[in-house]
Design a protein around this ligand. Structure first.
Ligand code: NAD
Length: 352
């Protein structure tokens, strides 16, 4: 019998090839006049393109986003926003850039307009993360939820295949866990199923033909649905493990999600059997865990923690850390099972 609570997050989404050109129009709709444009140093040129489109409605560029939002980077971002007297933040890039905008918004309350160029999904969530002395803490706050998200697949064609594949698997992970999360509801379930279907079909084409705008569009559509799912449903063992392993061993975010996902699905195989049936069906596979593993392999993504540089003698410590604070997961999170999961992921074994 149905029993759920659902709260709609207020994000305006503008989707389509060429929608980057609507940036100025979107700011105008909100009455905003002095945007600080954020990017990574590597995407400065794109930030300049944004500035061109904004014309007079820009206060300046802050191209200093780096992975995992160190507190020092967040502080520098806030100071620049104050110095420029910015009235909003235009974040153009992946999860790292959007993460920096969120850290600035958390303190200043400035509205965010996000233009994502990867499949991380961060643009659709009120979740922020900050890293202090190597420890990442995350939280939820409506202040950091972007007001507008402009999805332009044309901006993603330059994302290299080896970044696109794992980034897409990161999005898939949001969809997978939304299906068995504690507060799963019919709306996120629909979005998650459609997200898995879109990403499962698009990613193999995206990595083979990075310039294929049709496939890029489907992948970005899937990433939007995935971000929606992440923003609306609590996550389980997969996200917890990625958080723990990423922090403890400094492993690359999207690749880590790619490696763990099939094993997290295998861990929950019996306890979330209906979700697994739906995931397998959406991927056109016989089994969810194996379907996810085979997809990662097909797109040439890393399959083992060993490849990502995690030391083998870290497995026990990781299992201990992951089981320290109990949290919801369809199958109870217990040490022996989690250790086995990490061990399988370390070797890159196909889930049995
Ligand atoms: P990223 O933002 O670090 O980007 C990776 C690299 O790719 C960067 O150097 C970037 O400049 C470059 N890049 C981005 N788009 C490009 C493009 N179209 N063409 C060429 N180069 C491009 O990577 P990511 O995986 O998008 O984000 C990871 C971060 O996002 C992690 O810190 C993670 O914790 C966070 N995240 C947060 C949430 C949330 O809801 N808060 C959700 C998912 C991820």
């Amino acid at each position: 019998m149905l029993n759920f609570t659902y709260e709609q997050l207020p994000v305006r989404v503008v989707f389509g090839a060429g929608s980057f050109d609507k940036l100025a129009e979107e700011l105008e709709r909100l009455g905003l006049k002095r945007a600080m444009v954020l990017s990574t140093p590597g995407q400065r040129r794109l930030a300049e393109e944004a500035q061109k489109r904004l014309g007079v409605a820009t206060a300046g560029i802050h191209a200093e986003a780096v992975m995992h939002v160190p507190v020092e980077t967040a502080r520098a971002g806030r100071e620049t926003a104050r110095r420029l007297a910015a009235d909003c933040l235009v974040a153009i890039g992946g999860g790292s850039t959007i993460g920096l905008a969120k850290a600035v918004a958390l303190d200043t309350g400035l509205p965010i307009i996000a233009v994502p160029t990867t499949y991380s999904g961060s643009e659709m969530t009120p979740i922020y993360g900050l890293t202090d002395s190597g420890v990442k803490r995350t939280g939820r706050d409506r202040k950091v939820l972007p007001r507008v998200v402009i999805y332009d697949p044309a901006l993603t064609v330059g994302l290299p295949a080896k970044v696109s594949g794992p980034s897409g698997m990161n999005a898939l992970a949001h969809c997978v866990e939304a299906l068995y999360g504690q507060d799963a509801n019919p709306v996120t379930t629909l979005m998650a199923i459609e997200g898995i279907r879109a990403l499962g079909r698009a990613l193999p084409v995206v990595v083979k033909e990075p310039l294929n705008l049709e496939a890029r569009s489907s992948a970005l559509y899937g990433a939007w649905l995935a971000g929606f799912a992440l923003g609306n449903a609590a996550m389980g063992i997969h996200h917890k493990l990625c958080h723990v392993l990423g922090g403890a061993f400094n492993l690359p975010h999207a690749e880590l999600h790619t490696v763990i996902l099939p094993h997290a699905a295998a861990y929950n195989r019996q306890a979330a059997s209906e979700a697994m049936r739906v995931i397998a069906g959406s991927l056109g596979a016989g089994d969810a865990a194996q379907g996810l593993y085979d997809l990662a392999k097909r797109i040439g993504a890393p399959l083992s923690l060993k490849e990502l540089g995690m030391p083998e003698d870290g497995i026990e410590r990781a299992a201990k850390l992951a089981t320290e604070n109990p949290y919801y997961n369809p199958r109870p999170v217990e040490y022996a099972g989690v250790k086995q999961l990490i061990e399988n992921a370390w070797h890159g074994r196909r889930p049995g």
